[in-house]
Structures are given as structure tokens and as C-alpha cells.
Design a protein around this ligand. Sequence first.
Ligand code: ATP
Length: 309
Amino acid sequence: MTDKYVLKIEGLNKIFSGFEALKNISLRVKKGEIVGLLGPNGAGKTTTIKIITGLLKADHGEVSLFGNKTSSAVEAEIKAKIGVVFEESNLYLRLSALDNLKLFANINGVKLNRVKTLLKEYELYEVRDKQVKNFSKGMKKRLMICRALLAEPELLIFDEATGGLDPISAEIIREKLLNLKKQGKTVLLSTHYLEEADRLCDKIAFVNNGRVIAFNTPNSFKDKISKNFLELQFSLQKDKISLDKLKIKLNRFIKNNESFKIDKRRFSILLFIDQYVFKRADQLCRDYQFMEVNREEANLQRVFKEINS
Ligand code: ATP
């Protein structure tokens, strides 16, 4: 029987010279899903990826790939089904794009046709004979993806897929990732960017201090939060109060995780829905000119703040 999970991680622990970098990390990735590891610097994302790909050995815990438990050395047969794109370039800078791919294609028994198809698909065919050292970061990243895709892997793992790229190059890569999903590939990616995780991922694992602190779909995270907050909007009569004073007053008014936004003619405030919310809203309505009330459109920034508090 085939396992519906392409990747299963159970209770991973990793200690570096007394420092516990991973504390009981567990995660499941189904076939065809894009799952994001989202977290700040040092959260443990790269360490997790290195353990999955067999570059590091865990101190405790288990990794299963395609239904097979792996030891520290991932077996060749399983390795062939995984393509990895690391944060740092693993290309030969003095070789051309074509020669880089030909080299890795030879090692993996991949035909030249596949190399050409990938170069075309990733818009590198025109520059195939140029030395990689002259490539932009975005071009190098695209070539690294081509390298990872050579042997038509089923699972793609990206460590910081778009880190350090300009917005246009990052967008090209994101489109490519969505295309890979359409082709039925499974993707695990690490990222610092909430918007990127929101846009690409079916599920997000929030990682912090070596732990998965929450794992769910972007929408369920956002729903949970949006039900908890009420957004009130007030119009601003500039002559009445200076913006600086208003800022100080609102900062005193809000509680944990609540926030406000001041524009030229209005300000909005998010109040946590509890037994005091109407009393507090009433208080604001007495001081400022009420305009409207909305249910908040939550974003992941707020989710991240909430689950980290
Ligand atoms: P970033 O987003 O900056 O890449 P990350 O979430 O990928 O961060 P990791 O690189 O996995 O984080 O690092 C997790 C923690 O483990 C960090 O505190 C890091 O300093 C530590 N660490 C990672 N590798 C080693 C190592 N080889 N020796 C000692 N400490 C390490």
C-alpha cells in the first residue's frame, strides 16, 4: 500500500554542542501539497531540511520519505525522487549554464533533451553558453532549480526559494513553484516571507526556536484570527487633534495584539472581541467621529504576532 504522505517527520531533535536547535519537530506533507516552513532567522528551518535530505543526522526522531524510513544516509533510490534547491549556490561559477546542467545530467543519466527543455522553460536558453559567474542572483536561482529538476523528482525542497531576490525575480520563481504544483509535484519550502507562504502554500508550519508552534492552512489561521477582532473606523478632523497626540492616545488604548492605522482623513482600530469590546467601542465613539465597523480581513502578519505572543 502506498503512503499518502510523501514526507513524514516525527519528533526531530538536533543538538549542536549543547545548543538544542530542533526540539521535537513533527510534520506531514501529502502528495501534491506545497508546505511552507515559515520562521525567523535561526528558527531551525535549514537544519530540518538538512536532516530530511540526509546532510545532517538527527539526535532523535524519524524521517520517512515516500513511505520509507530513512537513516542518516538517504538511499540512492529515494534520493533520485528528491530535488533540493539550497540557499547558497551549488553551481560551478566558471562553467556555462549549459555545461553545469550537462555535468549533473551525466552524473544522473539524464538526456541532453531534458537539459534543453529546462533551460527554455526557465528562460535561460539564450544565455546557456555564458559563464554562471556573470549571472544575476535570479538567474542563478533559476539554474539551481533546473539542476534540481533534471531527474524529474517527485518532491522538491527549497531552502529560501526567493531569499535575496528582487521582487520581479522572486515573482518568477513563485510562478514556477505554482506550476510545479500543477504538475503534481510535492513541494517543501522554507521562507521568511509571510505573504509568500500565504500565496503559495497549502499548509504552513510556523517554526520558532526549533519548534513547530502551529501547522495549518493559511485560511484557517486567518479565519481564527479574523473572528476574534472587530475593526472600527473613525473620521479624522485634523484641526481637533494632532496626529502625534492621537497616536499616543491610541497606543494607550490598545491591548496586546490589537493595533491601529492612521491615514490622512481617518483611522482604524482593531479591538479584540471579548466582554469589554462594546464598552470600549462606545468609549471611542464618544471621542471620535464613528464611520463604520468591519470584520477584520486578517493577514498572516497578525497570525504570526498572535502565535508568537
Ligand atoms: P535562516 O532563516 O537564518 O536560514 P534557519 O531557520 O534556517 O535560519 P538554522 O540554520 O536551521 O535556522 O539554525 C537553527 C539554529 O541552529 C541556529 O541558532 C543556528 O545558529 C544553529 N546551527 C545551525 N547549524 C549549526 C552548526 N553546524 N553548528 C552550530 N550551530 C548551528
